[in-house]
Design a protein. Structure first.
Length: 248
């Protein structure tokens, strides 16, 4: 708890918000054994139970697809989701589970776009992430091709890309191109560092965020979520009426 107190020392904690107001989490790693998220079905079961207890009524889980590390494909993810649903049913856990993916922006992603072999959700949304060191030089072309193929892109956790922390015009350029921005819940707690927290808060102040995701990989993430939901900026975002989660 000393770590948590230090993280929250600059923010006045308020009553925890119920994520029933958000209803849908659209970014998590709950299919076991296929990426850096849940390790087995029992862990997935425990994570889903905890997410449900926080108020979520639907989980769109999004395993990594990254050619160099997580060589998942649509069939692998669909089979994993079916297995998870069956396990939850047998355990008596009633919650809607949908599966998509978090695509790493690389050449493999470009090939999948060309083949239209992407797992989408909601209104044909596709979640994608960028490298943490620098943005790909081909990013604009990739986004153009993605949209021309009929998909609607969502950029995962833009507040975590340090190369844009002092360049908010880059965030605005995504919005101008009809790319939605999804912030991680635990960014508001300082879990990824103080600069990420400040960036997430500034994005809320400027009305840039359309979606809130847990990016849940393990129990440590949910432990932090228990505290993140007491952060004033989380309350502001959840009650603002701008989030699209509930429509997914």
């Amino acid at each position: 708890m000393r770590i948590f107190r230090k993280l929250f020392s600059r923010n006045k904690l308020i009553d925890p918000i119920d994520f029933g107001a958000v209803r849908v989490d659209m970014h998590s790693h709950l299919i076991p054994g296929i990426d850096d998220g849940s390790k087995n079905l029992h862990e997935s079961y425990e994570l889903v139970k905890r997410l449900k207890s926080l108020g979520y009524r639907k989980l769109i889980t999004t395993p990594h697809i990254m050619s160099d590390f997580y060589r998942n494909d649509s069939d692998t993810i669909r089979r994993g989701a079916d297995q998870l649903r069956e396990y939850l049913r047998n355990k008596g856990v009633e919650i809607e589970i949908e599966a998509a993916a978090e695509y790493f922006c690389d050449e493999h992603f470009d090939r999948l776009i060309e083949k239209k072999d992407l797992l989408s959700f909601g209104n044909n949304y596709v979640l994608f992430e960028l490298p943490f060191m620098q943005a790909p030089t081909s990013l604009k072309t990739t986004l153009f091709n993605l949209q021309m193929a009929g998909y609607k892109p969502i950029l995962a956790h833009p507040e975590r890309y340090g190369y844009w922390h002092t360049r908010f015009d880059e965030y605005q350029s995504f919005i101008d191109k009809d790319v939605l921005l999804q912030v991680n819940l635990n960014s508001f707690s300082g879990a990824y560092g103080p600069q990420v927290r400040k960036t997430a808060e500034k994005m809320v102040d400027q009305g840039m965020i359309s979606l809130l995701g847990t990016d849940c990989h393990n129990h440590n993430h949910i432990d932090m979520m228990e505290l993140s939901r007491r952060m004033p900026y989380v309350h502001r975002l959840v009650t603002s009426g701008v989030l699209l989660n509930g429509k997914l």
